[in-house]
Design a protein around this ligand. Sequence first.
Ligand SMILES: *Cc1c(COP(=O)(O)O)cnc(C)c1O
Length: 372
Amino acid sequence: MIDFLDLKQVNIQYKIELKDAFKRVLNSGWYIHGKEVTIFEESFAAFCGTKFCVGVGNGLDALRLIFRAYIEIGIISAGDEVIVPANTYIASILAISENRLIPVLVEPDINTYNIDPEKIEEKITSKTKAILLVHLYGQNAYNKKIQEIADEYKLKIIEDAAQAHGAYYKNKRVGSLGNASGFSFYPVKNLGALGDGGAITTDDEELAKTIRALANYGSHKKYKNEHKGINSRLDEIQAAILSVKLKHLDEDNQKRRRIAQYYIENIKHPDIIMPISNFQFQISNSLDHVWHQFVIRTKRRDQLRKYLQENGIQTIIHYPIPPHKQQAYKEWNNFSFPITEKLSKEVLSLPINSILEKSEIHRIVTSINKFE
Ligand SMILES: *Cc1c(COP(=O)(O)O)cnc(C)c1O
């Protein structure tokens, strides 16, 4: 059986370094908000190319704390609207609605699966304050058109970078393209902890400070609470693990690009649509991709999935039910987003990760090409 993702094997690659990290944290006697978090925050900010990084408990917290901080600072208020792609993972949307802001769904581009820049402007009203730009499946979603819209309508660009650690737009990394970005270090992400974790990156000092306070019961200084905050912390142990794995991230992403290239060049099936082929890492590539997921598309998706399962190849659907069709957002169930709905019926994610072997990749390709 080729597992979709064997996390144990992924992490075992770094066993010696991880054991050192465990030992260091155990022996320090300091498990929350210490040296390891500071070191990781500094190296992740440097990696992304931002002035600040704030570690938090998970990716959803990272996103919701960005909105919450803009509310505390007075830049966004309850009832304001935030543009977000309709085909994103539901966490992006939860981060908006939880802050009593209105998510305004926009269809993706059928070729990139990222938000269609041409469909943003028609959704902008006097209440629109931000675009939550999701780099879906690991592909950069930022571009000149989006920046021009943001400039014209004075919108904040907030990146949901939970799937795209390390991806570039020209010579800048995802996480440094907008006004603030939320990352998740959930174990399956390209940069994954051994538990929950998240971070915000930004160049905005006031925002970073406000987020830091909000994540710490609303307190900048012990026992002085300026905001009605929450508790959302990146643990020392997770920060130490992330510092180890960050050193290997570019190399891991490069392995993913090579697998993507192999799939794109070798899967040939009349019923299957491949993702656009930007597997070449080039600084000029504005659609750089770190292949968090390798997503193919076919009208015969369920049949193909069953066939691959029978042939010992595990696949996953990202995502089978779009947010506007969820019970949680029943007020949107009658909305129509034809591209989003079509994608949810046709997408299928193939295994892609740094430990897949050549023989396994070969077997996946051969099996798909033989699908009748
Ligand atoms: C994983 C993910 C999140 C949420 O991250 P958690 O750490 O699981 O809370 C948010 N947005 C996107 C696009 C994600 O893939």
